[in-house]
Design a protein around this ligand. Sequence first.
Ligand code: SF4
Length: 372
Amino acid sequence: MADATCAGCGCACDDIVLGPDGPERTCALGDAWFALGERPPIARIEDRAVSLEEAAAAAAAILRRARAPLVYGLGRTSCEAQRQAVALAEALGAVIDPAGATGFAYQAVGSSTATFGEIRDRAELVVAWRADPVVTHPRLLERLRVESLVVVDATRTATAEQADAFIALDDDFEALWELRARVGGARLEGGTPALDELARRLLDVRRVAFIHGWLDELTALALASLVRDLNGDRHAVTLGLRGDGNARGAEDVLAWQTGFATPVSFARGHPREVPGAATLLERGDVDAALVVASDPPAAVAEHLRGLPTIVVDARVTATARAAQVAFVTAADGIEIPGTVHRMDGVPVPLRAPLAAERPSVEEVLAAIGGSP
Ligand code: SF4
């Protein structure tokens, strides 16, 4: 039996025990995360198994030949490996995108956040806005010990089934602006009764937490503005859900090293904020890609299929199968120790309950960067 941390989602549950029959206290997502699946050769070029050195040299050649390389992903590896990825992107003059980060609302309005412990101990009301943690982060509500929950979403979700109120919604921006008006004291004619009730509940408590899934820039801006308004005379916080176990760490590491938590280009020799990978790929502004510890969404994966692509990951994804050069590494948190940032920003140590028989993501990235 060995203590372990699950990085199957952004909750980074660190109370896991890895026994002879597998992990205990994990949810189904966590079980899948600990089951590494197929373990092909460490490195291959096209269909040929090769040495780590040969594959690293081939990957380095592809990336150095490229005029607009992209480094993408990072969410399923440690902060130590993420630092290595940022250093490699800088050396290549590449764009680096920590899959999924959006930062305009943060830059424009700022954010009020809290740790799991603060939400658990203080929040009198939790509002899940476009988030279905019962499915995506199965142990989150248990860990936050949520007692009073309102779900706002387009359709009734599994989380809505556990909530004391559900508000069906199509237009987030309109709704958030209406809520801002209501909590600000405006008397609206012909508004939405469910939002009227939610505004009353928000004003009835001293501490409220919003947990939210991915939001477009405008919705994120509206939610941050509502939270700022509420903070005038109460304590309101947000917690953004992250799918990959160390997606938050990827944003933090990028921010430490470049000043931006969002996609950054090193093409001019200094970090410069740029649009995300999906936009760049659609425009044809990428000519080679290095995917690190990530299973890219369809909008990214479909464009990668036509490009020279290198994948470094402990798990074999569809993108890895289609890549020209692929490395299957040891798994962070199972075979390699390190650090992840839980989605509330708290650093959590990853242990290595099993011995590693493969190089880590960090070591493979160092080998690519160090290839002559
Ligand atoms: S909630 Fe997330 S981190 Fe916790 S056991 Fe499930 S998958 Fe792992």
